[in-house]
Ligand binder design. Sequence first.
Ligand SMILES: NC(=O)c1ccc[n+]([C@@H]2O[C@H](COP(=O)([O-])OP(=O)(O)OC[C@H]3O[C@@H](n4cnc5c(N)ncnc54)[C@H](O)[C@@H]3O)[C@@H](O)[C@H]2O)c1
Length: 447
Amino acid sequence: MLSETARAEGQTLINPMNELLKKIAEKRVQAGVIGMGYVGLPLAVEIANAGIQVVGIDLDGSKVERINAGTSYIPDVTSEAVNKHVAAKRLRAVTDFRVIRELDAIIICVPTPLGKTKDPDLSMVVSAVDRIAENQRPGQLIVLESTTYPGTTEELMLPKLEEKGLKAGRDFFLAFSPERVDPGNPSFHIFNTPKVIGGVTPLCLEVAAKLYSNFIQKVVPVSSSQAAEMVKLLENTFRSVNIGLVNEMALMCDRLKVDVWEVIEAAATKPFGFMPFQPGPGLGGHCIPIDPLYLSWKLKTLNYRARFIELASEINADMPHYVVNKVNDALNSFSKSVKNSKVLILGVSYKKDIDDLRESPALDVIQLLKQRGAKVMYHDPYVPEIEFEHTHLRSMPLDQGLAEADCVVIVTNHSNIDYPKVERLAKVVLDTRNAMRGIKSSKVIKL
Ligand SMILES: NC(=O)c1ccc[n+]([C@@H]2O[C@H](COP(=O)([O-])OP(=O)(O)OC[C@H]3O[C@@H](n4cnc5c(N)ncnc54)[C@H](O)[C@@H]3O)[C@@H](O)[C@H]2O)c1
């Protein structure tokens, strides 16, 4: 049932809306996802799981080919799932944006990185919206899922989509719904993670909520697209600030010669008013190190300094330096210098049990160690090779790395590593993740 506001809003030209709602209700809606990466591919598969036809649109022809061949390149999505939907003609992928003309609902999941000057780089959102505008027709729902600063949907997308005279809330429907997917999380997936949605008008919200209710257990409506954009930034700023706090706790515990992990574990027994966060070698991934800076950038334009965000970013960004100083101390205790020592980095992805290297603190640790003259090697069961800033390394067999290394640094605590073996074969281990928890050994130095 439509709300009264929605009814009033849709009065002038009710047909595109009614037609779209009918298609959604009958699952005849043709959906499209722009950007088939860590967010887009799982989303497209979830839409197909609901029996809705979906087209993935990506500039990357190799991804398109792999989808159409029924294979997945995202660890959280099985090739069986992709293959099943491709074979049933529920899922296909294209590079040609003209397919947008055939679609009823278009969801944008393209990257939103930072530029060289740490300002938001919305060029990929802009390019996706331009392609939509070129191929737009009345009666379409357009949703942005990429993380961005409050105001993007209304200030940047809306004018482009209304340029040819179509009106949001009447001729087409525009909403923002933040993606909250947590890659590698065994319990929470797209279907059972509540979905926050804010429309640029109440009717836009209503149409978007109807679509998402088909493939997501619980939809959480908010009053505007700005509120929905801000929800995501609150969630990720909350994480960044708390990780910054616990990282500073680790630095303070080090000075006090107190085990930070023991302190956190004991504090976490408090059944109320405390939520444990873990320190580590620095922040990684496409979200937590970047998203808060989208918010602080926006606030700068309004003459406001987001102090918590700045401080947390500073502390978190400094952690790789702290790790390298600890490697220095560990080697010193064997009368060795970092220069010419062999250091094995254990785990290079930004968090455990995934293959994603984006913003991984391991890359900073490797770079800093190389600058000090160390011979750096790595082992990661998920990442066969890495290439960045004049560095090209291949993952080496664990046993060989442990035998050769003067010092092992656990940067990512993958679950499938034999940590007792690491302790047995390594000369000294710097454990930045408490992966060796429970293994008592004088060889193990904690963060
Ligand atoms: N990865 C996560 O865990 C995660 C979680 C929540 C939110 N997000 C947000 O979701 C968005 C997407 O992130 P991701 O991790 O899926 O990125 P990704 O890099 O894995 O995938 C993005 C895809 O978009 C394609 N692309 C880029 N520009 C395009 C364009 N103009 N048209 C069509 N395709 C284009 C790329 O080829 C790529 O396949 C970002 O805003 C990110 O902050 C990511």
